[in-house]
Design a protein around this ligand. Sequence first.
Ligand code: GDP
Length: 436
Amino acid sequence: MFNTLSDRLTSVLNNLRGKGRLSEADIDATAREIRVALLEADVALPVVRTFIAKVKERAKGAEVSQALNPAQQVVKIVNEELIAILGGETRRLNLAKNPPSVIMLAGLQGAGKTTLAGKLAKWLRGQGHTPMLVACDLQRPNAVTQLQVVGERAGVPVFAPEPGNGVGDPVDVARRGIEEAKRAQHDIVLVDTAGRLGVDEEMMRQAIDIRAAVQPDEVLFVVDAMIGQDAVNTATAFRDGVGFTGVVLTKLDGDARGGAALSVREVTGQPILFASNGEKLEDFDVFHPDRMASRILGMGDMLTLIEQAEQAFDAEQAEAAAMKMGSGQLTLEDFLEQMLTLRKMGPIANLLGMLPGAGQMKDQLANLDEKHLDRVQAIIRGMTPAEREDPKIINASRRLRIANGSGVRVSDVNDLVNRFFEARKMMSQMAGRFGL
Ligand code: GDP
């Protein structure tokens, strides 16, 4: 559902690639484009404002990073701020110390409550729980039957008012449902409530009464992500009416712009616990803000790369190496160390493969580069410390010894040594030009 937003953000951020430094104007322009992309995706204006202000402030204040280039730094900031507006940490269900735990579902008619009750019940069963459903939606014709069908599919019992007794009192049904769950030793009770097409007082009253009667451990507000800006208004009305402890987004499989997903948490202050993305019982998952953010950014691999670069990078070591490069003093020992650092991040082919466009080259890279790097590593390891420190002393007889010791040809050793000298010369010339 985030395809359009994701495409937009990816292209905005891709424009930064290859820039050595970002000026304030670059950051402002990027922030403006991100703002438009979010607004077009229907994200609520106050949320967009806060988001953009934070990204701008952080991007401008960012220290020059040695592990990340400026574009990567901005991606990192945008990603972190996205995770923050989506709620930060993954929020798990709060369950009662003394079962049964009670989870009440609230939301507008058509939001997907009944379907969700089935999904949640099935998922909970998979987690080793013994849930029971309680049908308190006595408003909508067929709601009870629908819940019974869903319950059967999920393999969980449904407590419902006996047919033929008129409409019945949902509060009473809820209470009796909890009693039945205790008796039959179910550890979780899911209470489905009635919704209306729009927010109305009577519906809210009923939900408040049910809440008071069953004292739920969680009240989950179920909201259709496809209803756009309305989602935010509805969420606010439910928060101020019945109140809720968590949000479930449904219909994330739709092709709508999905700004609701990005606004609800920030506007209501309550976390998103689950996401529903289809009509089948399996189309459902725990909501992970970090995964959702990287999906929206469309840069999962790039983000992994950034994380790995930060972990593997040792700033002091790099600075020392840069100094040596500049003064033409780089040794083969330094070279080996840097190569090992890079390889700590994983196979080189994977690293390259994470860069956009390198996908098809992956197989070739895997064959070529790893073997070549293995060989380079073996050759350097076959040298004595003195040779690594001062490669000039590596004469013909030393080359032969190194080649034999590391299982390569003399020409491979020659190649490496010659290339090393060339690279060192080039680095020192470059450093001179940039005044390092
Ligand atoms: P309720 O009135 O809140 O109980 O909503 P229902 O559970 O009856 O759902 C309303 C409609 O939305 C039904 O046709 C469901 O099949 C459909 N629905 C529910 N969740 C999803 C979802 O995640 N994706 C899609 N595409 N449809 C859904």
